[in-house]
Design a protein around this ligand. Structure first.
Ligand code: SAM
Length: 247
């Protein structure tokens, strides 16, 4: 499918936004081609899978690609990452394009979106990505996934206390949770101390990523939590309990 701007204009804007946000070292010509191919696929499959409300290519570049690629600055070479509630592959797919050294497990409860993410990764040659359809709280109980990742990421998935219970069980002791949150991040963090401690986390901080486009800009708060102790085996609880009675 063709997109409503030319390939040259797409590439120029992609480079310009990455440059403005000190991310240009993450781009190459091949990676820019992958972002173009991902955009064509995202827009052509959007009706079938309901993948994104953002359909204007320049907005996709800023609000999805630069936003997600900015997380790469937190991830050391060769890190293993579980991306919980990846939806249409955010941050998984942009991260995998800019960082082919990462090994990313993308998790979402919606099988159709996971099929889309796996097929996108295959078409783009992103061999570090595996996407699995499962509920995060179920996957966290499996020995294959529990405390096996250096980092867990999540963008726009749940309120922080709920999110911690879904995410922290995946992280190894010594690893980190990176939660891309909305404007209530500080307020959510201020009431999440008990949940963070109960789940083996510590030292939650909120940083702000400022993202600049040509005409628009936005700030994305990111909550960073260290995993300092093993998560007790009773967590995560079934989702009905997590949401009804957050820790
Ligand atoms: N992270 C993506 C993004 O930033 O575009 C998707 C965000 S979307 C608002 C939230 C996603 O989280 C949905 O795709 C939903 O299916 C998934 N999700 C919510 N709770 C989940 C759970 N307990 N286990 C797995 N996926 C979950």
């Amino acid at each position: 499918m063709s997109i409503p701007i030319s390939a040259a204009e797409f590439s120029e804007y992609l480079y310009s936004v990455f440059e403005k946000n000190q991310l240009s070292h993450l781009l190459t010509g091949e990676k820019a081609d992958k972002f173009l191919a991902l955009t064509e696929r995202l827009l052509s499959e959007n009706e079938k899978y309901n993948l994104t409300a953002i359909t204007e290519p320049k907005k996709i570049i800023l609000n999805h690609y630069a936003d997600c690629a900015a997380l790469a600055l937190y991830l050391p070479e060769g890190a293993t990452v579980a991306d919980i509630g990846c939806g249409a592959g955010f941050p998984t797919l942009p991260l995998a394009i800019v960082r082919d050294d990462l090994r990313i497990l993308a998790v979402d409860s919606t099988a159709k979106r996971i099929a889309y993410v796996n097929e996108s990764a295959r078409l783009l040659g992103l061999s570090g990505v595996t996407a699995v359809a499962m509920r995060a709280e179920d996957g966290a109980k499996s020995p294959e996934h529990r405390e096996k990742f250096d980092f867990v990421t999540a963008r726009a998935v749940a309120e922080l206390r709920t999110l911690c219970e879904l995410c922290l069980p995946y992280v190894k002791v010594g690893g980190k949770m990176l939660a891309m949150k909305g404007k209530n991040a500080e307020a959510e963090l201020s009431v999440a101390g008990e949940a963070i401690r109960a789940l083996g986390g510590s030292h939650g901080v909120c940083e702000e990523i400022n993202l600049l486009g040509d005409e628009d800009s936005f700030t994305h708060p990111i909550v960073i939590i260290d995993k300092v102790k093993k998560t007790p085996p009773q967590y995560p609880r079934p989702y009905s309990q997590i949401s009804k009675k957050p820790l």
